[in-house]
Design a protein around this ligand. Structure first.
Ligand SMILES: Cc1cc2nc3c(=O)[nH]c(=O)nc-3n(C[C@H](O)[C@H](O)[C@H](O)COP(=O)(O)OP(=O)(O)OC[C@H]3O[C@@H](n4cnc5c(N)ncnc54)[C@H](O)[C@@H]3O)c2cc1C
Length: 506
């Protein structure tokens, strides 16, 4: 499953490609870009990361219990397998350490400028360059790659009275490690992927945790376990074993993707497992009702957990389903008028997933702003390129998220496409590449038609779909098809040109 990145012809002949690339974002996407470009012979790469370290979400999300929900043999780079994962699902700190280690071992750490935010990027049509304004000065590059992630900007809902709450209040992505929750009454708002990890992690130490739920999501067993030293050694000595495990996990994920997209007849077994998880662990019929979703399994992101329901049955946990009316200085009043005291407030309220590259401003050809091109909904050809924005590619861009699968796989496939584009330029002796309106329009029609038949559009509220019913998030096919469609350039999909042509024809 590794995207092949052998050296292009120019490099094999002893000549290194000289194109410069600016990458915005130093998470898995930014590191994948730097490593894969380097391996393909492109050395002039600068990665900008506004955080103090590389890592992206794994640097920012340090809440108790933070861990992967994809088995780590798939949630890792295909070109950097780690036989030494301590668990089936690695915890946050281990993933962060892995990513830093990959960047170090592949000698790209020195290309990553941390603590530097890119505020804007402008395409200079005459010179065929991207001009970046960053928090530490200007920068110029031939290519712009955005690797800003879909879940890097926390979302805080407009909660009446939030400013009046007197205790510490923080988002899971900005965990306050200086706040000791031991023996405290804690209110957690949200029951999504972060909440189901953080609540079981803090429940044993707090006096009381009240969890405020807007609508429940389906869960299936995670079946997490620690790898023994012997298992780790086996993976180390026989890499094939790890590759086989990776392939098995991938195949299972593809089954899930098939069920959620065109093959909904595959959903009943998933629904049965999800229902069984509730009935097996919860006896109280009222609590069972509260946690049982009314929507189809998979419509919202299916969550993996072994601990969520048992935790909800603990005597110091209350699941509150009445809507929040307001925050008071000392707690939360719900719509039924009940006020519950809280010493601290945890916002497990997710991310601004539809903003993509925002707040960075990107201005393409003829002064077109990306925000303007995306006024109705963010869209991009294969999630990667947008007409009017030459020499620009988006990693983990619009419609490249899945109900299953590993984002790392998606990022590598996207980078495979970028490298194919760079090679095409070398081959053609050109220096500009831009997706055509026709290819982008045709892809968009195909995509929207396929999305309509997926489980994500069966009438739930989820972070995939916006308030107008637009879906800028999901890939409505199998993951193998993403890889297949991105690994080479479709004939005619892109227009190639050279600066000399542009200058000659105005
Ligand atoms: C808590 C949590 C758990 C997750 N668990 C899983 C999982 O189990 N499996 C899975 O497949 N996915 C998971 N994800 C999704 C995750 O987003 C991807 O797996 C992956 O980490 C995305 O990598 P990325 O590099 O594209 O984006 P990110 O990791 O979000 O990194 C983007 C980086 O870009 C930086 N940035 C953005 N804009 C600018 C700018 N203008 N200038 C400079 N820097 C900028 C940000 O600071 C950030 O560090 C999880 C996400 C979260 C939040």
């Amino acid at each position: 499953m590794e995207v092949s990145v052998t050296a292009p012809a120019a490099r094999r002949n002893g000549h290194r490609p000289s194109r410069s690339v600016a990458v915005v974002g130093g998470g898995f996407g930014g590191v994948a870009a730097a490593v894969m470009l380097r391996r393909a012979g492109y050395d002039d790469v600068t990665v900008f990361e506004r955080g103090e370290r590389v890592g992206g979400v794994w640097h920012h999300n340090t809440y108790p219990g933070a861990a992967c929900d994809v088995p780590s043999h798939l949630y890792e780079f295909s070109f950097a397998p780690n036989p030494r994962w301590s668990r089936r699902y690695a915890p946050q700190a281990e993933i962060q350490a892995y990513l830093e280690d990959v960047a170090r071992r592949h000698r790209v750490l020195d290309r990553i400028r941390t603590g530097t935010e890119v505020q804007s990027a402008h395409w200079d049509e005459e010179r065929g360059k991207w001009s970046l304004e960053t928090s530490s000065g200007s920068h110029e590059a031939d290519f712009l790659l955005t690797a800003c992630g879909q879940l890097s900007v926390p979302k805080v809902p407009a909660l009446p009275g939030l400013e009046r709450f007197e205790g510490p209040a923080f988002h899971t992505a900005h965990w306050r490690h200086d706040v000791d929750l031991t023996g405290k009454r804690v209110a957690v708002i949200g029951t999504g992927c972060s909440a189901i990890q953080v609540v079981p992690a803090i429940q044993p130490i707090v006096e009381q945790v009240d969890v405020y739920q807007r609508s429940p999501g389906w869960t299936i067993p995670k079946m997490d376990f620690a790898y023994t030293e012997r298992a780790q050694r086996l993976f180390e000595r026989i890499p094939l074993l790890q590759r086989l495990d990776r392939a098995a996990v991938f195949a299972f994920m593809e089954l899930g993707a098939a069920a959620m997209t065109g093959n909904r007849w595959l959903l009943p077994p998933f629904r049965a497992v999800a229902r069984r998880q509730i009935t097996k662990t919860i006896e109280d019929p009222e609590l069972r009702d509260k946690v049982t979703p009314s929507d189809e399994v998979g419509c919202k992101r299916v969550m993996l957990t072994d601990e969520w329901y048992p935790t909800l049955t603990e005597p110091n946990v209350e699941l509150v389903t009445a809507p929040i009316a307001e925050l008071t200085p000392g707690g939360i009043r719900d719509a039924s008028g009940t006020e519950r005291a809280a010493d601290a407030l945890v916002l497990a309220t997710g991310f601004r997933s539809h903003d993509f590259v925002a707040p960075m401003e990107i201005i393409g050809r003829d002064g077109l702003a990306l925000a303007q091109a995306w006024e109705e909904v963010a869209r991009a050809y294969l999630g990667l390129s947008v007409p009017g924005f030459p020499n620009m590619f988006l990693l983990y861009g619009p419609n490249t998220n899945g109900g299953t699968g590993s984002v790392i796989y998606t990022l590598e496939a996207g980078m495979g496409h970028v490298i194919a584009a760079l090679r095409e330029l070398e081959r053609a002796g050109a220096d500009r590449i831009e997706v055509s309106d026709e290819a982008a329009g045709e892809f968009d029609r195909e995509l929207r038609e396929a999305l309509a038949g997926t489980v994500w559009h069966t009438g739930c509220t989820s972070w995939y779909v916006d308030e107008n019913g637009n879906d800028p998030s999901q890939w409505p096919w199998l993951w193998s098809s993403y890889r297949r469609r991105t690994e080479r350039l479709e004939p005619g999909a892109y227009r190639l040109s050279s600066s000399a042509d542009v200058l000659a024809h105005g």
